[in-house]
Write a protein that binds this ligand. Structure first.
Ligand code: NAP
Length: 451
């Protein structure tokens, strides 16, 4: 049996490992990715100052070394090869394409220069080839980050830490150069609800206190819980993570700023209503919220009508991601995911989805293991029940067609050449690697000395 997996990030690699080790089955996995380089979110999403999280790639390397695994990088499904062509060459196609798009605030001024999605900023500092030429307005004293999840904390931290501290990481060189001359002194993080509803995880929130040269500031009034949240915290409804977050936020509120070089200000119960500026972002108009319990029992934000303008030259929205639709694959616009039921793509037997493209952008990297297993189990169930159609073409025919279309397909050995080159460059500067950030560089190094 042959399975095509589209997307070489965590969900794709977990699914590949599970398929290749399925008991009593002989399965071959061909993995495709639009980039020459694998690891998806681990390479282009995880913050450079979190190297431990990135070490998960060792598990994926073991999967890649298994018999029956083949990698085809630099192939974009929907552009270089159609979904129908892929489906015709494999018994099953499993999409693990993540969530590379972003959600919009849908407020006036959102398109002004200086207003970006956090995903663009993250991809830029992580050296994603699509974002290597982006520029961010760092010639401003204040930046605003909208959202109260871990991505908001990641981007706030990257704006706040001294660029010198990042020099030993695998951050893209262009980002170190730009961040080294950043004039930003204050990063304001806006949460539309209260401390008890923030989506930060405990270690990421606590980590802010450990940043050298950075004060963490919270207004005690905003750290005080509203009656509904206080009652929720007292009840069994609140887990330890919520309680820990509230405690940390209230501890930050009790601290006196030490006048360090930069400040991260966590604001609560405040929503942006407009990004203001003529030629570029000059500030953000925001409304204070009160928290109320809606008819479904959820604690939601309700604008009070009291507004303020926060002067800032850079606004990053970190309010969640969306998957990119793939031509020929049903897409659910409301959730921003591939339309599916537990991983089976709606109305397309033999087509599956795992990871963020399946369930939306939630959980940590390890969450994708369980998510992929659920999908793989259904795929194997369909196989055993004879529900998968025989392919009408061979993968070699498909790869031949790609070559005829002028696509330089990068195999795993090609990626290993890129990887070795990046690591060699890193060794000279005591860094894990120096990332190549251009597609042309990837293709050049993947071709090897003979290429
Ligand atoms: P997230 O955790 O879902 O947080 C999104 C935030 O955006 C929420 O606070 C949400 O507030 C807010 N939001 C949504 N719409 C908004 C609007 N219109 N106006 C204002 N605020 C709005 O998503 P994320 O931060 O993008 O992270 C995605 C996933 O990756 C999460 O599971 C996260 O834990 C994970 N991640 C982990 C790490 C790590 O482990 N170090 C790092 C980065 C990301 P409401 O709750 O009020 O909707």
């Amino acid at each position: 049996m042959r399975v095509a997996i589209v997307g070489a990030g965590p969900a794709g690699f977990y699914a590949a490992g599970q398929l290749l080790s399925a008991k009593g089955m002989s399965i071959e996995v061909d993995m495709f990715d639009r980039l020459a380089t694998p690891w998806g979110l681990v390479r282009h999403g995880v913050a450079p100052d979190h190297p431990k999280i990135k070490s998960v790639t060792r598990v994926y390397e073991l999967t890649a070394a298994r018999a029956g695994f083949r990698y085809h990088g630099n192939v974009e499904v929907g552009r270089d090869v159609s979904h129908a062509e892929l489906a015709g060459a494999y018994h099953a196609v499993l999409y693990a394409t993540g969530a590379a798009g972003d959600r919009k605030l849908a407020i006036p001024g959102e398109e002004l220069p200086g207003s970006h999605s956090a995903s663009e900023f993250v991809a830029w500092y992580n050296g994603h080839p699509d974002h290597a030429d982006h520029q961010f307005a760092l010639d401003t004293r204040r930046a605003v980050v909208v959202g109260s999840g871990n991505v908001a904390l990641d981007v706030a931290r990257m704006l706040a830490v001294d660029a010198g501290e990042l020099r030993c990481t695998d951050i893209a060189d262009h980002a170190i150069t730009a961040l080294a001359v950043s004039e930003i002194e204050e990063i304001v993080v806006l949460a539309r609800r209260g401390p008890a509803q923030a989506s930060f995880t405990n270690p990421e929130l606590r980590e802010l206190a450990e940043l050298a040269g950075v004060d963490v500031v919270v207004d005690p009034a905003e750290a005080t819980l509203d009656p509904a949240s206080a009652a929720m915290l007292e009840s069994r409804a609140a887990g330890p993570a919520t309680k820990n977050n509230v405690e940390t936020i209230q501890r930050y509120a009790s601290l006196r700023p030490a006048g360090k070089r930069r400040r991260i200000v966590l604001r609560f119960c405040i929503s942006p209503t407009e990004i203001v500026g003529d030629e570029r972002v000059e500030g953000l108009r925001a409304v204070t919220n009160e928290l109320v319990v809606d008819d479904r029992g959820r604690i939601v934000a309700r604008p009070t009508g009291e507004t303020e303008v926060i002067r800032a030259g850079l606004v990053l929205r970190a309010i969640g991601y969306r998957a990119w639709p793939i031509p020929g694959v049903p897409f659910d616009e409301s959730s921003g995911t591939i339309d599916n039921r537990d991983g089976r793509v709606t109305g397309q037997p033999g087509v599956y989805v795992a990871g963020w493209a399946k369930r939306g952008p939630s959980g940590v990297i390890g969450t994708n293991k369980k998510c992929a297993q659920q999908t793989v189990d259904l795929l194997l169930e369909d196989l055993t029940a004879g529900r998968l159609a025989m392919p009408s073409a061979l993968p070699t025919t498909l790869l031949g067609r790609l070559r005829a279309r002028g696509i330089q397909v990068v195999d795993y050995a090609g990626w290993e050449l890129i990887d070795a080159y990046e690591k060699r460059c890193g060794e000279r500067h005591a860094r894990p690697r120096v990332k190549l950030v251009r597609r042309s560089q990837h293709l050049f190094h993947a071709a090897g000395p003979a290429g």
